[in-house]
Design a binder for this molecule. Structure first.
Ligand code: ADP
Length: 190
């Protein structure tokens, strides 16, 4: 299974990615997590990415694309993967297509978690108090929703046209949302 988990900031992608990857027996690859690990370790990549992340902007495509190409070439991603937070721009869609083609693979599914913007902003404000992410001030949170709407939401159409998109209600208990996603994946297969 090679799948994408999409949806606006705060929709619960990271949480669901871990649960679903576990259930499906594939690695979850989160570009946000990889960037944060690099920021924490103060690597060159982390220092570059931090400037963008703190402002709620996307890290430049060249940087993100190179990182994802490396990660998807690792052995554990050979049999499948769940990508969380990538692609987020049209050029990233093209790069992912190229990476998959280079390995002779295809995408099987794109799941979009759907939630109302007010619910999302509220969730993120609460999360910012708990884990103190530097990209979680209210102003930055609102900006990230706008960036998503402008840059990433249009990608859903691209995947819908390819017949790969399923939209899933992201509001509810964690386990409930996971079950919805697993049920939705079956509708694509069949
Ligand atoms: P969330 O799940 O809250 O939307 P992430 O943890 O996925 O956020 O990402 C955090 C930050 O990392 C983003 O705001 C962005 O700066 C950077 N980032 C993650 N994925 C990408 C990507 N595919 N392209 C560009 N920047 C990215």
């Amino acid at each position: 299974m090679r799948m994408l988990l999409m949806g606006p900031p705060g929709a619960g992608k990271g949480t669901q990615a871990k649960v679903l990857a576990d259930r499906l027996g594939i690695p979850a690859v989160s570009t946000g997590d990889i960037f944060r690990a690099n920021v924490k370790d103060e690597t060159e990549l982390g220092l570059e990415a931090k400037r963008y992340m703190d402002a709620g902007n996307y890290v430049p495509d060249e940087v993100t694309n190179a990182m994802v190409r490396d990660r998807l070439s690792e052995a554990d991603a050979g049999e499948g993967f769940l990508l969380d937070g990538y692609p987020r721009t049209l050029p990233q869609v093209g790069t992912l297509d190229d990476i998959l083609a280079d390995h002779g693979h295809q995408l099987n599914a794109v799941v979009a978690l759907v939630a109302d913007t007010d619910v999302l902003v509220d969730r993120m404000l609460r999360r910012s108090k708990v884990d103190g992410r530097s990209d979680d001030s209210e102003e930055v949170i609102r900006h990230r929703q706008e960036v998503y709407a402008a840059e990433t939401k249009p990608l859903l159409r691209v995947y819908a046209q390819r017949g790969l998109l399923v939209e899933v209600d992201g509001v509810g208990e964690i386990a409930e949302v996971s079950e919805r996603v697993l049920a939705a994946l079956k509708t694509l297969d069949g």
